[in-house]
Write a protein that binds this ligand. Structure first.
Ligand code: AMP
Length: 137
């Protein structure tokens, strides 16, 4: 694996969300690898980012093999597309047996698909709705 340490966290997607999470993990000195299909998006990372960056389409097995994905402790799949996220998260869980796979899910109706596969989810749609309920009477 690119990271020499064990227990690496792999983040797929380095846009608004992925770069924010990567910055947080970097501040916590976690071992982190960030993959994005467009290298221009790595500009979102802070100058002192301590992890590795890899340009590549994470739906392609070659990209996942490049980072030795099967050695990851956590796989965070946070691209901006539900189908892409489901596909990568499934590969992470079923093929590469990563202990914890977490995916971003926009379509709250699809949550059960992930749950049945043993994939943890974070849904911006649901989080917004719950927060909306809390701050309104
Ligand atoms: P955002 O919605 O701003 O958090 O950005 C989502 C990020 O996911 C963008 O930087 C995209 O380039 C990235 N992304 C989308 N599809 C893929 C993919 N198949 N492999 C790697 N990165 C991707």
């Amino acid at each position: 694996m690119l990271s020499k340490e064990k227990d690496c966290i792999v983040v797929i997607g380095c846009g608004r969300l992925g770069s924010t999470i990567a910055e947080l993990l970097s501040e916590e000195r976690k071992n982190i690898i960030v993959i994005d299909k467009n290298k221009d998006n790595f500009i979102n990372l802070p100058n002192n980012f301590s992890g590795f960056t890899i340009e590549g389409d994470a739906t392609e097995i070659d990209t996942l093999l490049k980072v030795e994905i099967s050695k990851a402790k956590i796989l965070l799949v946070i691209t901006d597309d539900d189908n892409t996220n489901l596909m990568i998260a499934q590969m992470g869980k079923k093929i590469y047996k990563i202990p914890q796979v977490i995916a971003r899910v926009y379509d709250a109706k699809r949550e059960s698909i992930y749950k049945n596969l043993g994939i943890d989810i974070i849904s911006p749609t649901r989080l917004f709705t719950e927060k909306f309920k809390k701050i309104t009477v």
